[in-house]
Design a protein around this ligand. Structure first.
Ligand code: HEM
Length: 86
């Protein structure tokens, strides 16, 4: 799924985070008969979480850092993400 979501034939400039990407036919919630049952809840939670974060920490910014990923053949995730908000 992670490589499908970065398929250059499907997504122009696939490694760029583009919140306005449209159409965005990703498969992060799977597809077909086993499509994620919690996708609507997960989207709602994401909207509320990022909205609250932006409201409560308006100065939130990334610290300069080397990013390290958790070794995994399934999902790609960061070991840590350093931020500051002062
Ligand atoms: C960002 C959050 C989430 C992501 C990225 C995600 C992703 C996925 C993916 C990729 C699948 C398909 C797995 C497969 O094809 O074998 C799946 C299935 C499923 N998800 Fe999620 N999920 C999320 C949140 C949730 C939440 C919040 C719930 C429940 C409250 C949930 C419940 C389920 C269930 C029950 C299935 C199995 C559906 C089936 O096999 O018919 N998920 N999810």
């Amino acid at each position: 799924m992670t490589s499908a979501n970065r398929d250059p034939e499907m997504f122009p400039d696939p490694d760029t985070f583009n919140i306005n990407r449209y159409p965005n036919l990703h498969v992060a919630f799977g597809a077909g008969i086993h499509h994620c049952l919690g996708a609507t809840l997960a989207r709602l939670e994401g909207q509320e979480a990022f909205k609250s974060l932006a409201e409560r920490l308006p100065n939130l910014r990334l610290e300069p850092q080397e990013l390290e990923h958790v070794p995994s053949i399934t999902f790609r995730s960061l070991k840590a993400l350093q931020v500051s908000w002062n």
